[in-house]
Design a protein around this ligand. Sequence first.
Ligand code: NI
Ligand code: MN
Length: 202
Amino acid sequence: MIIKYFGHSAFLVDIGKKILFDPWLKGNPWVKEPVEVNADYIFVSHSHSDHGLEDAINISQKTDVPIISIFELANYAKQKGARAIGGNIGGIMKVDELEVFLTPALHSSSLGSPVGFIVKYNGKTLYHAGDTGYFAEMKFLGKRFNIDVAFLPIGGTFTMGVEECLFAIKDLKPGFAVPMHYNTFPAIKAEPQRLKEKLKTH
Ligand code: NI
Ligand code: MN
């Protein structure tokens, strides 16, 4: 598995298919020069501009790569000329050979509910939590899925902070936990190394 991090919540994960999550590239302070992204599928967790809906629509318009998201956000993307596949929270959604599960996210969004994504392909299971606070159903997700890599926000203010993320990791039991959504703005300052230290004693 190859994981490319663009900063904030934007990842390109290669698990045999190239999975692009929350591709905020334009205006992302971590992205210093224009990048060409080659993806097979784009996942957008919610409408907030720091999660790349606009970039996703641009990429989809150019390459015909589908955007996968909550129903209302997918409809919006279609209206803008993108290819999009909408679903909702609750069960497996088949997208070609991918198994996709939309998870709840405790957050807000102006296009349908905010979500996270579990993506299964080629024997690998990814969980991108989007923007969320800690929620009790993470226990269920940990039992339902054998998560290899979990991408989890730690910046506080708009999402979980480091302390809450420790509870999330305990519930989700991922092979690897990758922190995201921190240090992009002063309001989401966090120390990812503290997560590592505290995991040893939690
Ligand atoms: Ni947000
Ligand atoms: Mn955000």
